[in-house]
Design a protein around this ligand. Structure first.
Ligand SMILES: Cc1cc2nc3c(=O)[nH]c(=O)nc-3n(C[C@H](O)[C@H](O)[C@H](O)COP(=O)(O)OP(=O)(O)OC[C@H]3O[C@@H](n4cnc5c(N)ncnc54)[C@H](O)[C@@H]3O)c2cc1C
Length: 398
């Protein structure tokens, strides 16, 4: 009997985990099924480029996973029952249920309106492809001289503001940030950011916490009004509500609490990776939602599952940060080197070289999804009947 591993979500982390599991385990022992709503792999880290009118290379999941042994199911996940070990799915063909022995939860995240009034009605978001395409279409219809306000001074906001300003120099682009511009960067990083923002003529509203969005303006906590024909909301990400509706232990933000092997602390047959997981990293700080730290969580989960099924050694590679790679349009970039726990150090890389570096990182991430085990020796140890049974017999606590 095959051990059934179901991976939910074929974003960066789910796709990595599924490919790596298929490589690590023998097909006759383990069936790996990857479930995703969309038929292609979406390069989320490039959504600001989509907004600016660039077309991304199509990456059909069927082609990416052909011959890997991963079975693809294109359907919407609507729920998980961790007691019965089933996943509820629904699509044009109706509703159904998939049974698992081991589950890898990698459904990622969407935008986070943070309950600010008017965001749902008036703001645009770029956390996923539908939102990015909607904003792209709106910008294409926007007349010269109109104002676009990007709300959020985090990495996504910086990338979005610069990308839009570079592609549409005829627009009046502004950034509203709760803190100072690039506050979490090194002095050199901040200086470079200011230079690029100046060159692209982006107006910066610092220490401006946006508390309301209207059709043609945003309002800030200190009573300021900023005109905005289009408001782009980039104040962090929020996970989907599916995990929160299960018996899994989740944080207040709905992320699944996991141990160092990405295994749920409440349900040992469930693993969570990427944005959906609450992973404690170096310095006892939670990893931020990012591809940079999400990808190693996928490796860790896949290797831990394979090790537990085959009696191998559990992985214990620490997950750490090296740099923050920020695109500032297509011609400029900023690579901010950081400590293991993501704090800026003085060193930065800037200019065209940084833009090329960032582009290589994005290309590498997508390539890695299609080749999750490149250079990795296939260690296809047998899954013993006892271990497979033990895996599937692990019952959730009542
Ligand atoms: C504009 C932008 C720029 C970014 N830049 C960077 C960067 O430079 N560096 C960096 O490290 N990070 C960056 N990020 C963050 C990064 O994209 C995310 O942290 C990363 O994608 C998380 O990976 P994931 O696999 O957890 O989730 P995702 O990549 O979001 O994948 C989740 C998958 O699950 C699928 N899914 C969701 N719900 C369902 C459902 N109910 N049923 C079936 N399938 C479902 C989705 O379709 C998707 O395929 C950026 C994000 C954005 C939006």
């Amino acid at each position: 009997m095959q051990h059934r591993v179901i991976v939910l979500g074929a974003g960066y982390t789910g796709a990595f985990a599924a490919g790596r599991l298929a490589r690590r385990l023998r097909r006759e022992d383990v069936a790996v099924t990857l479930v995703n709503a969309e038929p292609d792999f979406v390069e989320r880290v490039r959504m600001h480029q989509v907004v600016a009118g660039q077309d991304l290379k199509p990456r059909p999941l069927r082609e990416m996973f052909a011959g890997t042994g991963v079975e693809l199911r294109l359907t919407q996940v609507t729920g998980v029952d961790v007691g019965r070990k089933t996943v509820a799915v629904a699509d044009g063909n109706g509703a159904g249920e998939l049974a698992y022995d081991t589950l890898v939860y990698a459904l990622g995240s969407g935008w986070n309106a943070q309950g600010v009034p008017g965001t749902a009605e008036h703001a645009y978001e770029i956390a996923g492809r539908p939102g990015a395409l909607r904003l792209r279409e709106r910008l294409a219809r926007l007349d010269a001289g109109r104002t676009v306000v990007v709300v959020g001074g985090g990495l996504t906001g910086l990338e979005a503001a610069t990308e839009i300003a570079e592609a549409r120099p005829d627009l009046d682009v502004a950034l509203a940030a709760r803190e100072g511009l690039g506050d979490r960067l090194s002095p050199k990083g901040r200086e470079h950011l200011r230079k690029v923002f100046g060159r692209l003529r982006i107006t910066v509203h610092e220490h401006a916490a946006v508390t309301g969005v209207e059709a043609d303006r945003v309002r800030t906590a200190d009573g300021m009004t900023i005109p905005a024909a289009v408001t782009v909301w980039t104040t962090g990400f929020a996970v989907h509500p599916i995990a929160r509706a299960t018996a899994l232990e989740v944080t207040g933000t709905g992320q699944i609490v996991v141990d160092a092997t990405m295994r749920s602390v409440s349900h040992p047959d469930v693993y969570a990776v990427g944005d959906a997981a609450m992973v404690i990293g170096p310095g006892d700080k939670p990893l931020r939602m990012s591809c940079a730290s999400g990808t190693p969580t996928a490796w860790q989960a896949a290797d831990a599952i394979a090790a537990r099924l085959t009696g191998g050694k559990l992985p214990n590679a620490p997950i750490r940060y090296f740099n923050q790679c920020i695109s500032l349009g297509r011609k400029e970039g900023l690579i901010q080197y950081v400590t293991a726990d993501d704090r800026a150090v003085p060193a930065v890389l800037t200019g065209r070289l940084a833009a090329v570096y960032k582009e290589l990182i994005c290309k590498g991430a997508a390539w890695g999804v299609a080749n999750p085990t490149f250079g990795l020796p296939a260690r296809r140890r047998r899954v013993t009947r006892e271990r497979a049974a033990a895996g599937s017999a692990v019952r959730s606590p009542a």
